[in-house]
Design a binder for this molecule. Structure first.
Ligand SMILES: *Cc1c(COP(=O)(O)O)cnc(C)c1O
Length: 399
């Protein structure tokens, strides 16, 4: 649960600054806000931490995807390649802008397989969403190289691997845009919230305009006098979220250091179990260490080990069974059950009919069927670690 475990006086102080002014809006009220610009400060510090030129706070990680896809001019008639293993929000965001998500396979990183991208390209393909699932990165250098060759954008959905990096460069800065989530379960939390980063000034401005009804935020006199060139919507982050984000961002390095240490300890227990291997991480030094993924030689063995661990009181996730993070299990998505009775955008004649068959993702079917995931927490005191060690030792005798 990462950042949520560390809510303390630092968050209280930041939030009290905002409550002391009564100004929750990120824009305007220059005289009343007593010098506090929490969202703006959070954006600036986030951009600096990431090594990105621009950051834009929004209401959620899902909103971040919608705003980024809109900035990238994705709409009806476009296809976007997404990995089969991701949270449903990635696919929902593509549908939300009127385009069609195309399901691609994963590799041993359990993230998007770069080599599957060319196989999924059609004349309608506009870009790729690379998702860094469960704390660790995809082969992002190769994904960017292949996408560039085919003139596709790369959007990194980094909701789950904030703080992760590849060869010293932060995940989220390889594509033309990167998105993050601060919901309660993520690496750091603002209750709800999201962030978009980019180095591209034009994309930043399009995102900034769209997320706030088209406002260009350039009037020095009043928000009411801002100029506008496009219509938008409201995905604005508020000052309370900005305050929480500021306090949590300062704790991010601490979160990762603790998680990395705890993950190593648990890996040490697992290494003694015959047949166990670990998820491939392209750059282990850049692991955000929010999850630990390990696999067994067969699905049958993995299921037996999972059951044995459960009997010892240790729960793990086998994502092939998961109802929210694996496309073949989304019966509502497969039935094209969008919230409108016309089934937009699946029914749009500009969009092609795309199939989502398990046969198209053989590696996901194999790997997600025999990989078990454990959540790594910041606080895992010796008593917790002892329980985990005993559970693993006892379960190992049953496989
Ligand atoms: C959590 C998550 C999102 C959505 O973030 P919210 O802030 O909950 O809307 C998007 N993508 C992935 C991979 C996620 O895990």
């Amino acid at each position: 649960m990462a950042g949520a475990e560390l809510i303390g006086k630092e968050e209280v102080k930041e939030v009290m600054d905002v409550l002391g002014t009564g100004v929750f809006a990120r824009y305007g009220f220059d005289n009343e806000r007593k010098g506090f610009w929490k969202v703006r400060d959070f954006e600036r510090r986030f951009a600096k931490y990431m090594g990105a030129k621009y950051a834009l706070g929004v209401t959620s990680g899902s909103a971040a995807l919608v705003v980024a896809l809109t900035a990238l001019d994705v709409g009806p008639g476009d296809e976007v390649i997404c990995p089969a293993f991701t949270f449903v929000a990635t696919y929902e965001a593509v549908l939300e802008v009127g385009a069609i998500p195309v399901m691609a396979d994963i590799d041993d990183t359990l993230n998007l397989d770069p080599d599957d991208i060319p196989r999924k390209i059609t004349s309608k393909t506009k870009g790729v969403i690379a998702v860094h699932m469960c704390g660790s990165g995809a082969r992002i250098d190769k994904i960017v190289r292949i996408a560039k060759k085919h003139r596709l954008f790369v959007l990194e959905d980094n909701a789950q691997a904030l703080g992760g990096s590849f060869k010293g460069k932060m995940l989220g800065t390889f594509g033309s845009m990167g998105t993050f989530s601060f919901d309660h379960y993520k690496v750091i939390t603002a209750g709800e919230g999201g962030m978009i980063i980019t180095n591209d000034e034009k994309l930043y401005h399009r995102a900034e305009w769209y997320h706030d009804h088209g406002h260009d935020h350039l009037s020095k006199i009043s928000r009411a006098l801002d100029g506008r060139t496009i219509l938008g919507f409201n995905y604005r982050m508020n000052e309370l979220q900005g305050a929480l984000g500021l306090a949590q961002l300062r704790k991010l390095n601490r979160v990762m250091a603790a998680q990395r240490k705890n993950k190593e300890t648990i890996k040490g227990f697992l290494r003694k179990v015959p047949g166990i291997g670990f998820r491939t991480i392209p750059d282990p030094a850049g692991d955000s260490a929010t999850f630990l993924g390990f696999h067994l030689p067969t699905e049958e063995k993995a299921r037996r080990f999972q059951k044995a661990l459960q009997q010892e009181g240790l729960s793990t996730t086998l994502y092939k069974d998961n109802l929210w993070h694996y496309v073949p299990n989304w019966e509502h998505f497969l039935a094209q059950s969008t919230a409108n009775s016309k089934k937009h955008p699946f029914s749009d004649p500009r969009n092609s009919k795309v199939k989502y068959s398990r046969k198209a993702i053989p590696r996901a079917e194999d790997l997600l069927g025999r990989t078990l995931f454990m959540l790594v927490n910041v606080k895992m005191p010796p008593a917790t670690m002892k329980k985990i060690r005993l559970a693993i030792e006892n379960a190992a005798k049953k496989i």
